[in-house]
Write a protein that binds this ligand. Structure first.
Ligand SMILES: [Zn+2]
Length: 104
């Protein structure tokens, strides 16, 4: 399935904006950031100086969504566990990107 990263989404009572940033890797040394204060997810943009595949961008998006979900549900320890967030988001991304057909 071709998944398009949205410009916004709702997680619980919050509206989260999503944007690509061409300098994230260079300024923050991260491919994605979940800013809880600004209700925003930023993802490294592919450009002249950095390449991030579409699938890796989706995985980064899901990773940052996971941070918002776990924080909203007050699983603060899990929200801060990057290895846990990474493992779950990798499998969720696989499920999303390999989805086919329409259930009947
Ligand atoms: Zn993270």
């Amino acid at each position: 399935m071709k998944f398009t990263i949205p410009s916004s989404l709702h997680i619980g009572h919050k509206t989260i904006e999503v944007a690509f940033d061409p300098a994230l890797v260079f300024e923050e040394d991260k491919q994605g950031i979940a800013s809880h204060r600004r209700n925003k997810i930023m993802i490294q943009k592919t450009g002249d100086n950095w390449t991030l595949s579409h699938d890796d961008q989706v995985e980064t998006f899901i990773h940052e969504v996971m941070h918002f979900v776990l924080t909203l549900l007050e699983y603060d320890e899990l929200a801060g566990d990057e290895a846990f967030v990474d493992r779950v988001s990798i499998l969720l991304t696989q499920a999303l990107l390999t989805s086919e057909g329409t259930a009947k």
